[in-house]
Design a protein around this ligand. Structure first.
Ligand code: HEC
Length: 176
C-alpha cells in the first residue's frame, strides 16, 4: 500500500496542503455559521439548534418571514392596527390586488431601513419585494447554498489540480 511517507516530497507537500486547506475551510464554515446564523438568532432569544433550523429548514408551522419578523424583532416599528392590516393581507395570500392598501404602511414604517437597494436585509419597497418575504419560509434555497459552496469547491480543486501538474512537472525534470 502506498503511504504518505513513501511518496516524494512534492507529493507529500501537495496532499498535506490539500488537507490543511480542507481543515481551514471547515473552520471558516463554522465561523460563518456562528456569525451569520447563530449569533443573530441568539440575539432574538433563540437557541443554537432553533437558529440553525430556522435558517436552513425554514420557520416552523409554515410561517412567513414577514409574520415572524412583525411578531418578533420588527414589532416595535409598527402600530398594532397597521400590523393587523398587513398580517390580514399576508394571510389572504399577499395578492397584488390588496397591495395598494398596505403599501403606505410599508412606506411609512419600514422603507426607511428596508430601502430598495438594501443588501443584508430584504427590501420592502415594491410588491415583488414584499411578496418574497410573504411566502411560507422554507429556509435557504438549495441554489443559494450551491452558489457559495460551488465557488469555494472550484477554487479548492483548481488550486489542487495546478499543484498536481506542478509536482508532476518538477518530478519529470529531476528524473531526466
Ligand atoms: C430601524 C430600521 C428598521 C425598520 C424601521 C424596520 N426594520 Fe426590519 N429589519 C431591520 C434589520 C436591521 C433587520 C435584520 C436584523 C434582524 O433580523 O433583526 C431586519 C429584518 C427584517 C426582516 C427579515 C428577518 C429575517 O430573518 O431575514 C423582515 C421580514 C423585516 N425586517 C420586516 C420589517 C417590516 C415589515 C418593517 C416595518 C413595519 C420593518 N422591518 C422595519 C431593520 C429595520
Amino acid at each position: 500500500m502506498v503511504s504518505l511517507s513513501s511518496l516524494p516530497i512534492a507529493f507529500r507537500a501537495l496532499f498535506s496542503s490539500f488537507l490543511i486547506l480542507i481543515g481551514v475551510g471547515y473552520l471558516m464554515a463554522l465561523s460563518y455559521m456562528y456569525l451569520v446564523v447563530i449569533e443573530p438568532h441568539q440575539q432574538m432569544g433563540e437557541g443554537l439548534v432553533a437558529g440553525i433550523s430556522d435558517q436552513y429548514h425554514g420557520l416552523p408551522n409554515g410561517q412567513t418571514l414577514i409574520e415572524s419578523a412583525l411578531m418578533g424583532p420588527m414589532a416595535s416599528h409598527i402600530l398594532v392596527a397597521d400590523r393587523a392590516s398587513i398580517l390580514q393581507w399576508v394571510h389572504e395570500g399577499a395578492k397584488a390586488g390588496g397591495y395598494r392598501q398596505v403599501a403606505p404602511i410599508f412606506a411609512a414604517n419600514c422603507a426607511i431601513c428596508h430601502m430598495a437597494d438594501a443588501q443584508s436585509i430584504p427590501p420592502l419597497t415594491s410588491f415583488e419585494a414584499v411578496q418574497r418575504v410573504s411566502k411560507t419560509d422554507t429556509g435557504t434555497s438549495i441554489s443559494d447554498l450551491a452558489k457559495v459552496s460551488h465557488i469555494l469547491k472550484s477554487a479548492e480543486f483548481s488550486a489542487t489540480f495546478l499543484r498536481l501538474v506542478a509536482c508532476a512537472r518538477s518530478r519529470r525534470a529531476t528524473v531526466r
